[in-house]
Design a protein around this ligand. Sequence first.
Ligand code: NDP
Length: 239
Amino acid sequence: MSAAATARVALVTGGNRGIGRAIAERLVADGFRVAVTARNGQGPEGVLTVAADVNDGASLDAAIAEVEKELGPVTTVVANAGITKDTLLMRMSDDDFSAVVDTNLGGAFRTVKRAIKSMIKARHGRIILISSVSGLFGVAGQANYSSSKAGLVGFARAITRELGGRGITANVVAPGFIESDMTAELDDATQAAYRKQIPAGRYGTTEEVAGVVSWLAGEDAGYISGAVIPVDGGLGMGH
Ligand code: NDP
């Protein structure tokens, strides 16, 4: 077999910044050939950046074709791209709800559906979905976001039952509050209030999320599927 045929190839959505970028960097360090999708900007050094919007199936088809041509069949997919549109339920528009669910849950579906073709063929694959403590704990003002992130748990478990016999695992990583653009948007008082609730007493780093993804993508996690792994400093205990 050629090197390309035996290489571990990872695709990370939303890898131009934040958690996705840190995951891409970590998987490169682990020896993966890594591609990231980006709507704008570039992934980190050593990574193939492909243009794609997870709400646009045709752009994902083209992106995955490019990744497979340049790097080989995808063996690991990390569905990371996500958005928030927080507001209280009474004020949440139908569009605010659908946009968040369609990007966070629909986007993961559209990405994974396309990436698993090569995994089924190879009888090996790792699917890692980036959810949130919000999906299981529930957060006021995030009816759309919490619903989308809880949906990823059902998605991973359905995949596990459907494809578990083909050497494919599907797991969920549920970060708590992580230092990134998403949490920087919160005002200082809200940030301080959240910090108080976290047993670890601090926000997590993007690298701490990337480390767990790295482990799930590696050989040691081969018998773990349908699991939800919190990376939240103890915030959501009891999930
Ligand atoms: P950022 O806002 O920093 O980055 C979000 C990424 O998703 C960007 O790369 C963005 O691309 C991409 N993205 C958004 N919408 C689309 C789309 N339609 N198509 C393609 N890419 C898209 O967020 P984080 O890095 O903080 O979050 C990454 C993931 O982790 C998200 O799923 C988020 O919900 C989750 N998470 C984050 C937590 C946190 O505390 N930060 C906590 C728990 C979960 P672009 O640059 O083009 O906008």
